[in-house]
Design a protein around this ligand. Structure first.
Ligand code: HEM
Length: 324
């Protein structure tokens, strides 16, 4: 291969590194905004907002396409980056120690491949812990809430007055936007209950109405007349994340390794910080988007981004740990 060919191809690789890097930077912003809901919203409202958000991310066609571009970008960025690092190492003279690398390049820039590899390991374990549970695993519980309900359970034989009983009923949050009773606990022949915005709005006792839904194989609610999924449950990813970083719930231990998970995340975010510190501005340079007039702004934005975004990501597990 000619010298210029080698030059062109390595230039093209740097271009791809920059393009995929910038795309992943925009992914980080979106991902951070979505995850911030874990600490900015609390209670049932917060759980519902996060689970509905995670469901939307997995079901909206536009977001799905973006997700595939994200996976491809992670792979391309990692493979090309490692290839370039190996090529650089091969091209480097043996007496590297005498080159005094720290005089002409920053620590982060010389360690991009090592930092990137650590981030790749982080992403793989991270996706095994959360992405796999949301997208693949069928063992994750659906979003349910327990609410007491008082209803007539019979007639007093002496007075003839109705007798009332209070039961804890499990309701599924459904994609219809309602909480619907778990028929495992609550037979459809007896009652069909709808709770909207936390208010009990409808108690139906007619068999015809009650039989509108049955519980499907994976706890989905199936409309009996059409046999279609009329209202699907949401996976409770919020609880998965809370139990992963939270060390206790109502005094009960959840994940005994939660502290290690939090430490691992904080260290990974430090690594991400160093990677972005160099990567952000350098991607603009590789794309030829550097101009003397704007270089200062790009460098400043890059460094601010490198600090703020990983810091906010790191705060999430820390706060969950401290609050649970
Ligand atoms: C503390 C911070 C973070 C939390 C709580 C968090 C949480 C999650 C959760 C719950 C999912 C599964 C949601 C879904 O697939 O719909 C997910 C997916 C993912 N996360 Fe994170 N994440 C964090 C930080 C990061 C960071 C820093 C990166 C990258 C360096 C990252 C990369 C990814 C990727 C690539 C996916 C798959 C996205 C997709 O399928 O579209 N995450 N994360």
């Amino acid at each position: 291969m000619s010298k210029s060919g080698i030059f062109t191809s390595s230039l093209a690789k740097k271009y791809w590194m920059a393009l995929t890097g910038l795309f992943l930077i925009t992914f980080l912003v979106g991902h951070l905004l979505g995850n911030m809901q874990l600490i900015t919203k609390t209670g049932e409202e917060g759980r519902r907002a996060f689970n509905e958000y995670a469901y939307f991310m997995g079901h909206n066609i536009f977001i799905k396409i973006l997700a595939y571009v994200t996976y491809a970008s992670i792979l391309a960025h990692a493979i090309i980056g490692l290839y370039l690092a190996v090529q650089n190492k091969k091209a480097r003279p043996q007496n590297y120690a005498y080159n005094k690398p720290n005089t002409n390049s920053g620590t982060a820039s010389r360690n991009m491949a090592v930092l990137g590899t650590i981030i790749l390991v982080f992403i793989c374990t991270h996706m095994a812990n959360f992405w796999y549970k949301q997208k693949v695993a069928e063992t994750v519980a659906l979003h349910t809430v327990e609410r007491p309900i008082t209803m007539p359970i019979g007639q007093d034989p002496m007075s003839g007055q109705p007798m009332m009983g209070t039961f804890d009923v499990t309701y599924y949050l459904t994609t219809n936007g309602t909480y619907e009773a778990d028929y495992g606990y609550f037979k459809p022949e007896k009652a069909y209950v709808t709770i909207k915005n936390g208010q009990l709005t409808n108690v139906t006792k007619t068999l015809a109405e009650a039989k509108r839904f049955k519980v499907g194989e994976h706890d989905d609610l199936i409309e009996t007349s059409t046999n279609l999924k009329a209202a699907q449950g949401y996976k409770d990813l919020h609880t998965v994340v809370m139990n992963f970083f939270g060390h206790s719930e109502q005094g009960l231990p959840t994940n005994e390794y939660a502290l290690w998970a939090v430490i691992g995340y904080v260290i990974s975010m430090l690594v991400l910080m160093f990677h972005l510190w160099h990567g952000f501005a350098s991607s603009f340079q590789s794309l030829g988007l550097n101009h003397q007039k704007y270089n200062g702004v790009i460098t400043f934005t890059g460094k601010a981004f490198a600090i703020v975004v990983p810091l906010l990501f790191a705060i999430i597990p820390v706060l969950i740990y401290l609050n649970r």
